[in-house]
Design a protein around this ligand. Structure first.
Ligand code: F6R
Length: 612
């Protein structure tokens, strides 16, 4: 939530910052602002709305500056408006700050600072942070760096901040705890950002700032210090991100591009892991912990949202193929329960962004109880990837549309490989079955490609239903998580109320909703629960529900019952979510477009949820 970007160097800072804000807009888009240092003047410009509105606002202003910073906001404290937008000045307007995160003890700090004469204009916790820095600096007569360092000892919560001061015009101070931050190192120039996307076209040398580190950029160098003021050695890494991967490439929306990228992203998730020629599976992160996986007594999956749905698919996979008990937990609930966790448990944390605050906290809890933590993340170098004992990257490439699509299928692919590996090593999967699954998994990118050919057909179905107020999604077995995911996709981008249910549960309540106006998406591919799902379709039909069925190619039985039938290629039951989810992604996309919704940046959402 919230994107931060800053620049210090020989170029004009403002265009670099604005371009960076556009790239980071997926993280938050209710207001945006910049602070620019020009001739010893520290000017802040900010505006409610998208980055484009900020651009219009500053078009006539003097934005010359070689040092500056910008922010795109996802509101936590205070509604989205011009005043609550970042950057925030301190009372004297000598210091400005941008902040991604939440300061939990802001109320107590604010009262104290008000007593010291500091004035507040916004409802934000961030304005408290910058005044705290100012208060410390005035009180201790210290430089900005020292004041920031001391302030970090007083704030409780999460932050990635950049601070600028009129008194040190050629300097940027940054710090992080719990919110992401990466620094790009160019030739005589530096970039700070929430992720690498604003940086890639300028340099491929980056330093991922660690929690409790303070970065000082001045005099042409980057210095990293700990909160205890001990100098740290920056670990410079090479970025492996392509510029094309963060641009729309001719598609109308990132979401559509990402849906269509899935044959490729699934293949990338399998690359080097599914070795068909050699006939074996390979996963670096698994190898180092193989004995732990073999001897584990239980797997606990922690995740949120779509990643939690991938976790549910993993429950079916791991129980089926590796015969191990699995619990799938909402990270937000797990962290605040008093869960029973032992050293023989393996916790699998799934997160596209690798920054989700609840998932991170669940990891810390499980770690403290001695469990082994295995991460499945998309963003390389992200906080979760670094907090886990071992893991596997999904390699889906940057996912910019806020609604997760290719990250989900990449997660499911990696989880499938993991379940197969575990099944093999635990002796629960015969060589023949393993080989069959490998052969079938290898065909999945082509089957997804085929499912994507349904796009026009699905657009026509979307046109029929784009004005309805409610949707129900039903599935059983491996398709139950797919039903949940289909419903989540629809509600988050089209704002249509949608519920996903295990098909058989319908008669225990939701069936009361069904009448001639209720569209019911039933995922009814040929698998072990097919006959049962057919009965559930009959139950919907008997109540005049409007059935849209996702079926296996060649299914004539359901064709006679459903108003619309979407035929996807056949695959093994364990792999079916990778194919059956595709039409649901397309359906939600087209409905949202037809309703005039902002598909890539749905209201109230942000891509990376770094607050609990
Ligand atoms: C839905 C969606 C969210 C995320 C959730 C977890 O389309 O994207 O539900 O899945 O916020 O995010 P990550 O996977 O980054 O931990």
């Amino acid at each position: 939530m919230c994107g931060i970007v800053a620049y210090l160097g020989y170029r004009q800072a403002c265009p670099i910052i604005l371009k960076g804000l556009h790239r980071l807009e997926y993280r938050g888009y209710d207001s945006a602002g910049v602070a620019l240092m020009n001739d010893g003047e520290l000017n802040v410009y900010k505006k409610k709305g998208k980055v484009a509105e900020l651009e219009n606002f500053i078009a006539e202003k003097d934005t010359h500056a070689r040092v500056g910073m910008g922010h795109t906001r996802w509101a936590t404290h205070g509604e989205p408006n011009d005043t609550n937008a970042h950057p925030h000045y301190s009372t004297s307007e000598r210091i400005a700050i941008i902040h991604n995160g939440i300061i939990e003890n802001y109320a107590a700090l604010k009262t104290h600072l008000q007593q010291q004469g500091h004035e507040f204009h916004s409802d934000t916790d961030t304005e408290v942070f910058v005044n705290l820095i100012e208060e410390i600096q005035q009180h201790n007569h210290c430089n900005l760096e020292e004041a920031v360092r001391l302030a970090l000892h007083e704030v409780v919560g999460a932050y990635a901040i950049v601070v600028m001061s009129r008194d040190a015009p050629n300097q940027l101070i940054a710090a992080r705890k719990g919110s992401p931050m990466v620094i790009g190192i160019g030739d005589g120039e530096f970039f700070i950002a929430s992720d690498a996307t604003p940086i890639i076209e300028y340099t491929n040398e980056v330093v991922y700032v660690n929690d409790y580190e303070i970065a000082i950029i001045r005099d042409g160098r980057l210095e990293l210090r700990s909160k205890e003021d001990v100098e740290q050695t920056p670990y410079i890494q090479k970025l492996e991100l392509e510029l094309d991967s963060i641009e729309k490439g001719g598609y109308e929306h990132f979401m559509l591009k990402e849906i269509f990228e899935q044959p490729r992203s699934i293949m990338d998730s399998m690359r080097g892991r599914l070795e068909m020629n050699a006939g074996h599976l390979n996963m670096g992160g698994f190898r180092a912990y193989e004995q732990k996986f073999v001897n584990a007594q239980r797997i606990i999956v922690v995740a949120c949202g779509t990643s939690w749905h991938a976790g549910l698919v993993a429950e079916y996979l791991l129980e089926d193929l590796a015969r191990i008990p699995v619990e799938v937990e909402y990270a937000s609930e797990f962290r605040y329960r008093n869960p029973v966790i032992t050293e023989r448990d393996i916790v699998i944390a799934i997160s596209q962004s690798g920054e989700t605050a609840d998932t991170l906290a669940a990891i810390e809890l499980a770690k403290s109880k001695g469990a082994t933590i295995f991460g499945i993340c998309n963003v390389v170098g992200s906080s979760i990837a670094r907090a886990t004992d071992a893991g596997a990257y999904t390699h889906a490439g940057p996912e910019i549309g806020v609604a997760s699509t290719k990250a989900f299928t990449a997660q499911v692919t990696v989880l499938t490989l993991l379940a197969m590996l575990m099944g093999q090593k635990r002796g629960t999967l015969t060589d023949t079955k393993l080989r069959e699954l490998m052969v079938e998994l290898d065909t999945i990118p082509a089957k997804v490609e085929k499912a994507l050919l349904l796009d026009d057909e699905i657009r026509a179905i979307a046109a029929t239903f784009c004005d309805v107020p409610n949707f129900l999604y039903l599935g059983r077995g491996y398709n139950f998580p797919v039903a949940l995911e289909g419903a989540l996709k629809l509600k988050e981008i089209s704002y249509i109320h949608a519920e996903g249910y295990p098909a058989a549960e319908m008669k225990h309540g939701p069936i009361a909703l069904i009448d001639e106006n209720m569209p019911v998406v039933v995922i009814a591919t040929r698998d072990s629960s097919y006959e049962k799902v057919v009965s559930n379709i009959q139950e919907v039909k008997a109540r005049k529900g409007r059935i849209i069925a996702v079926v296996t190619e060649g299914d004539d039985v359901i064709r006679d019952m459903a108003e619309f039938v979407i035929e996807v290629p056949y695959t093994s039951e364990a792999l079916v979510p990778l194919v059956s989810v595709i039409p649901l992604q397309l359906l939600s996309y087209h409905i949202a477009v037809m309703r005039g919704c902002n598909v890539d940046q749905p209201r109230n959402l942000a891509k990376s949820v770094t607050v609990e």
